[in-house]
Design a protein around this ligand. Sequence first.
Ligand SMILES: [Zn+2]
Length: 321
Amino acid sequence: MPLLALILGASALGAALPGGGVAALGIAPSSVSVPPITACSEINKRRIIITRTSIGIQGAVTTKNWRNTQWATSLLDPMYRLSSSYRPTNLVAITWRGVISPKGGYLLKREAAEALSAMFAEAKLSNIQLKILSAYRSYSTQVRVFAGWVAKSGLQQARKYSAVPGHSEHQLGTTVDLGSLTGVAWSNPKFPTSPTALWLEANAYKFGFIRSYPAGAANIALSCYGAEAWHWRFVGKGLAYEIVCSAQVPRIFLWNRQNGAERVIAPSCDLLTPPEGYVLPSPSPTPPASETPSETPSDSPSAPPTESPSESPTETPVTPP
Ligand SMILES: [Zn+2]
């Protein structure tokens, strides 16, 4: 069956209680059919088409939530992309030490920059010295970054870690790559278990940041990119809390959200700190493990990309993907 009927919450009770016992329990009846998201294993097999003037993934389409107000729930993966002309509003400069200042060498949306500044200050109290390695990247910058990774490791390796231009969360202006000022470097295989990375795992959501690409084979298969302990996306405190609570890969959470599914609340949610004033809905009676939508290859027709980057790839990357 290609479509998994994602039956959450009260609908499971409804089936067990014929005659409409659901409403009496005060839980809105719901049964949402979430269409399957295209499997990473399928989209990562698609050709990357490079011409003299453009680069793109075969069959890629503009993401549903592409508008400037939709940055928090915009789904970007190797299938869904932003337009090459997308540029976030409200970009402010921030230094590599996380201080908002016109002298800063990085750009972020103001909301993300302010949250990041607060997070840097809080981390310092735990003796964690964060630094920004990369922040907003325009489409044309991503062209250079991706081309650099291709030159360094080849196309197939590059696409595992670096987004094809248009597909990068860095183009949203809300995403940062973070490293440690004093500790293990982001590129060190030990970085994911370093105090800096562990601190981020435990605390970043309190400032509205989520890790887009978690570790583990199952998560990598669902996020379409290799594990990146340095890559953090700002979505706001409420949504970050909900995503971490769900224990779902952000790509899957956002897909389900876009398609009207109810939230998943994983058991580990009890251990998290909700944002001030946040009211957590009652937990779903259905175990979260069964609520990941099934993946099937998409049958959408392939169309070559048409947008042209404004600069040709030439530089070797110095930033993380
Ligand atoms: Zn990144």
